[in-house]
Design a protein. Structure first.
Ligand SMILES: [Zn+2]
Length: 452
């Protein structure tokens, strides 16, 4: 009988040890819906996205990198670097030393991307880890001689369903096991540009479509039994501001077009002047709704200075203003403006075994996403501008201090201590009796001394 008990107990102990020792390889899917402004989540009814958030975490506003454009911010998300550090400083660039040009139609030269190492490369340099990508900017480029093991050449006419189908198939491949995957979709950015974010009818339509894609994504992960095992981050690169024909800044009214080359366009225009002083002097008084900076005077908070690809003069339009040379308004919505504007911020939502459930916080930085992703995947991060501290509260395995909560706890504890101290002092000061001690007068026939 005793022997049977010993066997049973040892069996239970062995099972529980095996269970605690088993740790599945962490996996992560990073999804970007381009141009998804943070407050769309509050303005529009998006049931699939809200369901996703309910079971996971939400960061309401993500402070992205300046300039708030697509290529630079997508590279900041996957490197944790400001734009001056990772080298993708605009959607259109010119390198004076090599005379090379970069644009969204000419973006696969590794020269532009090699100043940083994105997470899909770091992931793949680790043993037994593989990356997969469906059209995230830069994933079809051989960065440091490495592309994701599975990837698609960028082609905007490929449907979301096709991209998702590939991602699911790659995630289901066990040899090699895909531990990091990324998925990109052009909406609601394209509609935001076309209609402007204040066109709530058209934006509502496109956001309903995007919401259905989120539903499609979650359903596909559930059907392939990945939903409970994989970590999913849904985020974006920037928001969108409403533009207007009434808010145009025409450079031709201030400076001759032959005196400079316009490298990148509104709302942060990159100017390569042929005579810097001449062009700067003309531009600096051009329009009160546009800030004009020489490269060395760009404010530190933009972290947009230390790179050869940043042009000698940059023009920063005020929110909702458009810089043109002599054209009419090119689009009703735009982004790229100061990253302090809430309209430029995207959101971040995440779900999976690494994330808490039902947790919300107000803000984090785009550059903090990278150290968080490296932590989840168990990768040693490359040097970066982010910090894991800002993301700790989102993660189940981290102890986090919420500053307002901590202040509340400290104030509460101080109040309790003060109350206790007061009570002790009051008790101490209370003498047993204010009456002076006097001997009880006992009557001769009284045999109970306590009465009287
Ligand atoms: Zn974008």
């Amino acid at each position: 009988m005793n022997l049977v008990l010993v066997f049973l107990l040892s069996g239970i102990i062995a099972c529980s040890r095996a269970k605690s020792a088993y740790k599945p390889t962490p996996r992560l899917l990073l999804v970007s819906f381009d141009g998804f402004r943070a407050d769309y989540l509050k303005t529009y009814n998006l049931p699939y996205l809200q369901d996703f958030i309910k079971e996971g975490v939400l960061v309401e506003h993500v402070t992205n990198a300046f300039i708030t454009k697509t290529f630079p911010n997508h590279y900041s998300i996957v490197t944790g670097l400001y734009e001056e550090a990772h080298g993708i400083v605009a959607n259109a660039m010119f390198d004076a030393a090599t005379k090379k040009n970069f644009s969204q139609f000419n973006d696969v030269d590794p020269f532009w991307w090699d100043e940083a190492i994105p997470i899909w490369v770091t992931n793949q340099w680790q043993e037994n880890r593989t990356s997969a990508a469906a059209m995230w900017p830069g994933t079809d480029v051989s960065i440091h001689n490495t592309t994701p093991h599975f990837f698609m050449k960028y082609n905007r006419s490929v449907s979301f369903s096709k991209r998702l189908e590939n991602i699911i198939r790659w995630l289901n491949s066990s040899d090699p096991l895909v531990t990091f995957a990324t998925l990109y979709w052009e909406e609601p950015d394209a509609s935001g540009h076309q209609y402007g974010p204040e066109d709530t009818k058209n934006m509502s339509n496109v956001l309903q479509e995007v919401d259905k894609l989120v539903g499609h994504l979650v359903k596909s992960l559930k059907v392939s039994e990945l939903w409970d095992k994989i970590n999913v981050i849904i985020t974006s690169d920037h928001g969108m501001a409403q533009c207007s024909q009434e808010r145009l800044i025409k450079l031709d009214t201030c400076v001759e077009p032959w005196s400079y080359r316009l490298i990148d366009k509104s709302p942060v225009a990159a100017i390569l002047p042929y005579n810097e002083t001449y062009v700067y002097d003309k531009l600096k008084t051009c329009n009160p709704n546009m800030k004009v900076y020489r490269k060395e005077d760009i404010p530190d908070r933009y972290h947009y200075h230390h790179n050869e690809r940043i042009q000698p003069i940059i023009l920063v339009a005020d929110e909702g203003w458009t810089i043109v040379q002599n054209e009419t308004l090119p689009k009703l919505g735009d982004h790229g403006y100061d990253n302090a504007f809430p309209s430029m911020h995207p959101f971040l939502a995440a779900h999976g075994p690494a994330f808490r459930r039902g947790y919300k916080r107000k803000t984090m930085n785009t550059v903090d996403i990278y150290p968080m992703m490296c932590h989840i995947l168990g990768l040693t991060p490359q040097p970066n501008n982010g910090t894991l501290t800002n993301a700790k509260c989102l993660l189940v395995d981290q102890w986090c201090i919420n500053i307002p909560e901590a202040i509340g706890i400290v104030i509460g504890a101080l109040m309790v201590l003060t109350t206790l101290t007061c009570l002790i002092i009051i008790m101490k000061n209370r003498t047993p009796s204010l009456r002076p001690f006097s001997r009880l007068q006992l009557q001769e026939d009284d045999d109970d001394p306590l009465i009287g």
